[in-house]
Design a binder for this molecule. Structure first.
Ligand SMILES: Cc1cc2nc3c(=O)[nH]c(=O)nc-3n(C[C@H](O)[C@H](O)[C@H](O)COP(=O)(O)OP(=O)(O)OC[C@H]3O[C@@H](n4cnc5c(N)ncnc54)[C@H](O)[C@@H]3O)c2cc1C
Length: 257
């Protein structure tokens, strides 16, 4: 079954075409050739992306099974934080900062400060079965996951930390409020992408209706009606200027389709 998704509404950066996306209702290897989207909080879609798929709501669930928390990959991270709070579970507080689904968070090894998905993940289920977290190559904002993740198992520990949750929510204040796809680039070793972009004079730079944020230079923001082409001009300019001035290759964190 296909569903029309308007990515200029669905994606967090509010860019992308209105196109048909395959809706996956059950585990099936025939979907592996499609590009799976989660909440599209880390994506920049061109007007002609590759064939896309999305998990159906059948994969939106959370259940406690013995000493594990089993979560469907389509489950929104915010729902997981609320569940952890209600059931007094520790380790999920940082997800409050990460818009998206559990599948997207696992694939990206999403994290905030010293907290990352890999610290709490036990396994994922793909069409081949359960794969232990240690085999997924989870590292800074990356993984070696090359299959659709249908569900994931997490360590169950008691003690939701409300103080940590408040501290993490405070961190949001240095992020722009305008639509974005999170950090544009990964931080290079020993430095910060935002600092480098600011140092080459691009903080606040605007092209059409896209801009490098004035609040945080590692965020590309849509000022209203911004386009893929405008976004790409800014991304490429940031890469070129940082390379020319510092010899550092910035690597995109956002996924460009
Ligand atoms: C305002 C803002 C702030 C952000 N701050 C942070 C931050 O502090 N730290 C951080 O790490 N990220 C941050 N992000 C990025 C984003 O929240 C994370 O990358 C999140 O995990 C993306 O989840 P998603 O479901 O939206 O994935 P998508 O953006 O839809 O997809 C991201 C990747 O995950 C893959 N994927 C999605 N679901 C699955 C699945 N079920 N199986 C296999 N692969 C899958 C996609 O194929 C794609 O490669 C921020 C984003 C925004 C908009």
């Amino acid at each position: 079954m296909k569903k029309i998704i308007d990515f200029s509404r669905y994606s967090s950066i509010k860019i992308g075409p209105k196109i048909a996306v395959e809706v996956i209702k059950s585990i099936d290897p025939s979907y592996e050739d499609l590009f799976l989207i989660g909440g599209a909080n880390n994506l920049l879609l061109s007007p002609s992306p590759p064939p896309l798929a999305i998990l159906s709501k059948n994969f939106d669930y959370i259940c406690i099974k013995e000493d594990e928390l089993v979560i469907g990959a389509r489950t929104p991270t915010g729902k997981v934080v609320s569940f952890a709070k209600r059931h007094d579970l520790a380790g999920f507080e940082f997800l409050s900062k990460l818009p998206g689904t559990i599948g997207g968070a696992v694939k990206m090894n999403a994290g905030v400060k010293e907290y990352e998905i890999k610290d709490i993940l036990l396994w994922v289920r793909t069409y081949t079965g359960k794969i232990p977290a240690s085999k997924l190559g989870l590292a800074y904002r990356t993984s070696k996951i090359d299959s659709i993740v249908y569900e994931a198992g997490f360590r169950l520990q008691r003690g939701f930390d409300s103080e940590l949750l408040q501290k993490l929510l405070q961190l949001r204040t240095n992020q722009p409020k305008a639509p974005s796809a999170g950090s544009i680039f990964k931080n290079p070793p020993g430095d910060f992408a935002g600092r480098l972009i600011e140092a080459v004079g691009l903080k606040g730079k605007r092209v059409g209706n896209m801009a490098i944020s004035n609040t945080h230079a590692n965020f590309l923001v849509n000022l209203g009606g911004g386009t893929y082409e405008e976004a790409m001009i800014l991304i490429n300019e940031a890469k070129e200027r940082v390379l020319a001035k510092y010899g550092i290759h910035l690597e995109e964190e956002i996924i460009i389709l």
